[in-house]
Every structure is written in C-alpha cells, then in structure tokens.
Design a protein around this ligand. Structure first.
Ligand SMILES: Cc1cc2nc3c(=O)[nH]c(=O)nc-3n(C[C@H](O)[C@H](O)[C@H](O)COP(=O)(O)OP(=O)(O)OC[C@H]3O[C@@H](n4cnc5c(N)ncnc54)[C@H](O)[C@@H]3O)c2cc1C
Length: 347
C-alpha cells in the first residue's frame, strides 16, 4: 500500500486508506479482511473505497463488478468479496476511490478525565454529521509514555485531525473545539498529534521485539453502539486484569468512529510461564473475555482484523440467526472446500 500511495501522490492524490500495516498489506488482502485505515473516520473503511473488482471463483470462473457510483439492481455483490478472506474467491483486481491531496489540516488534542467522558465527546461530535479524518481516544496506559508530558496522571487523551479545503477543516475544528470544551475536555495542543503521526506505525516493530523477549502480545478489536461502548471498555479491562493475573498490560483506544458507534482496540501484554501450553491458556483466556463481553452487549467481536482461523469458533454467536446464510454462501462458493479451508467459516 505504501508503494501505491507514492504512485498516486506523484499525481496529486492520496489513497486515504492507511492501515498500520501499510508496509505489509496489499489491496486484495485489505478488501478480503474488511480493513480500516487510521484516517477512516473521515475517508471511510475499505468498503467505502472499493468501487469495483475482479475475482476468480473456485471453479476458475472470472467475475467482474464494474465501477458505477451506485446501483439498485439487486444486492450489492461487492460485499460478497469484502471480508471473504480467500474462503470464497481470489480477488485479482480492485478499483478504489482516491482523493485530492488536502489543502489544509486542523488538529488538536484534548485531555479528559475518563474514557467514558472521551467517548461521549466523540459521540456528540459524530452526531453533528462532520467526519474528521482522525478521531482517537487513548486510555492512560497508552498515553503515559508518548503523551504523559501533556497530561495529568490517569487521564485519557482525545486526538482530532480534520483535513481538506482550509475553510472546511477550520469549520470542523471549530465544531470539535466547542463540543470538547463544553463537555469538560481541556486542550492539550497540537503536539500530541504530531507525535502520533510520526510514531503511528512503530507498534509493528515493537510487537516483534516484545514477542522475542517472551512477552505475549496481541491486539483485539471490537465494535458497538454508543450506548454500550463505554461499558464494554470498562468491563473488559476489569475482567481481564481480575481473571488473568499473567496480564501485565491491557489498554484500549477508540480509533474508528461512526454516527452510531465506535470501535475499541485492546492491546495485550502478558508474561505467561515459559511453556507453550501455558501461553496458549493465557492467550485463550483473554480472547474469550474480550469476545464474551462484546457479544454480551450486542457488539461485534471483530471491527477490522477479520476472522482468520482463531475467531471461527465464535462466528455462530456473532451472527445469530443469520449465521446459516454464511454457511450457505461458503457451500455455494466453495462446494469442494478448497478455498482457504478452516478460515472464516468451518463447515
Ligand atoms: C502490525 C500490524 C498492523 C495492522 N494494522 C492494521 C490496520 O491498521 N488496519 C487494518 O485493517 N488491519 C491491520 N492489520 C491487519 C492486516 O493489515 C490485514 O489484515 C492484512 O494485512 C491484509 O492485507 P495482506 O495483503 O497482508 O493480507 P494477508 O495477511 O496476506 O491475508 C489476509 C487474509 O486475506 C486473504 N487474502 C489475501 N489476499 C487475497 C486476495 N487477493 N483474494 C482473496 N483473499 C485474499 C488471505 O487468504 C487471508 O485470509 C495489521 C496487521 C499487523 C501485523
């Protein structure tokens, strides 16, 4: 994706889709996993970028979906391939929207006392209908090292970034500033945004370092409506620390917001005894809590990392009465069970 971004930038455009895995990910994989990038609150997730594609089905048939602004000629077939994780077809070409390089940027960080307060401010901003490119809220554990100098202990930090035409970016900024301050947030200036931007993809290297030193690390991302998301964050954090004593680090942030809800991206660090079975036990215990709490509150266990093989076991619970449709789709696309077996759905 980084190479593609360079190509479109040379022509005065930008992709707008920037996953943290920019150096690793390719378009087919991002479509196949229903990815979201770090600027998704403004530019949208991969389903908003994808306007057309070509795919090869299990029997070798080639299908194309052509690029039109919209059609009302039956269900939107693009969605059969978005999130299909290679279990239905191989995507061989995609057509995506690109955007003009923005003229101006408005950015501001705000300190809030709690994640609940920060989530409420994001909800109030999103329901005005504006879509700042970046809207993030990090808990203290994630803030202490990078942004601690701009905050008081145990606070959370809101990061807002608007871009586009100068007057639009500034107008969005004025709306955000008014809502944030009216709801008890305190400005922490622009500097935290500059730091975030420079270091936003460092985690990829850090995970490898931690892993090599025996620390169990992973990221787990859930999504839910505004009325339950703060409960999900608080209950998940409380249960993980209480029920899995090997956990030394369990933090969360919201990074992709919508008019009706947001995601929470949990980051896990644990020190299990140096034994594969023990590490597995700790890992499964944390995952079970995260999925259980998200589903208990009517949320989704997966906001943008897809299902893979690990989350397959919870797919029936996730989809409830519509799960049978997922099984039917798998049978229809892959009657011989040869497409990425064991991933997405197990028959
Ligand atoms: C450090 C790190 C940071 C990440 N940050 C983000 C992030 O910010 N946002 C985000 O959304 N994700 C993120 N991810 C997840 C990851 O980027 C994506 O799930 C993945 O990279 C998608 O692209 P890929 O080309 O690497 O796919 P792969 O990992 O190679 O494949 C992912 C799945 O898609 C299927 N697939 C791949 N290509 C095709 C194709 N052409 N046709 C059909 N199926 C295909 C594969 O079979 C597999 O099931 C991150 C991952 C890491 C390791």
């Amino acid at each position: 994706i980084r190479d593609l971004e360079a190509i479109v930038q040379e022509r005065g455009f930008k992709l707008g889709h920037y996953p943290q895995s920019m150096d690793l990910a390719q378009m087919g994989g991002l479509v196949a996993t229903r990815s979201t990038g770090q600027f998704s609150t403004g530019y949208g997730a991969i389903e908003d970028f994808l306007v057309g594609l070509e795919a090869v089905l299990a029997d070798g048939t080639i299908v194309r979906i052509n690029n039109v602004p919209r059609r009302a000629t039956g269900p939107d077939l693009r969605h059969l391939f978005l999130g299909s994780e290679g279990a239905f077809a191989v995507i061989t070409e995609v057509t995506v929207k690109i955007f003009p390089i923005p003229e101006a940027t408005w950015k501001q960080a705000y300190r809030v006392k709690t994640m609940r307060q920060g989530l409420e401010i994001i909800r109030l901003v999103m329901r005005t209908g504006i879509k700042p490119a970046v809207v993030r809220l990090h808990d203290w554990l994630e803030c202490e090292k990078p942004y601690g100098a701009f905050m008081e202990e145990n606070e959370s930090l809101l990061l807002f970034w608007s871009e586009g035409r100068k007057e639009i970016a500034e107008a969005e900024g004025a709306v955000i500033d008014e809502i944030a301050k009216a709801n008890g947030a305190v400005s922490a200036g622009e500097k935290p945004l500059d730091l975030w931007y420079v270091h936003r993809n460092d985690a990829a290297d850090e995970y490898e370092k931690y892993g090599a030193s025996g620390i169990l690390v992973d990221t787990l991302e859930v999504a839910a409506d505004w009325n339950v998301i703060a409960d999900i964050y608080e209950k998940t954090v409380e249960r993980v620390y209480y029920e899995v004593p090997e956990v030394v680090f369990f933090s969360g942030h919201s990074s992709h917001s919508y008019i009706n809800g947001t995601n929470i991206y949990f980051q896990l660090g644990a020190f299990p005894p140096p034994d594969v079975d023990e590490a597995q036990r700790v890992y499964e215990a944390v995952w079970s809590i995260v999925v259980e709490v998200a589903l208990e509150y009517g949320g989704s266990m997966g906001h943008h990392h897809g299902v893979g093989k690990h989350r397959v076991r919870w797919m029936e619970k996730e989809h409830g009465s519509s799960y049978a449709l997922m099984e039917s789709l798998k049978r229809m696309f892959d009657p011989k069970g040869i497409m990425n077996p064991g991933s997405l759905i197990e028959l």
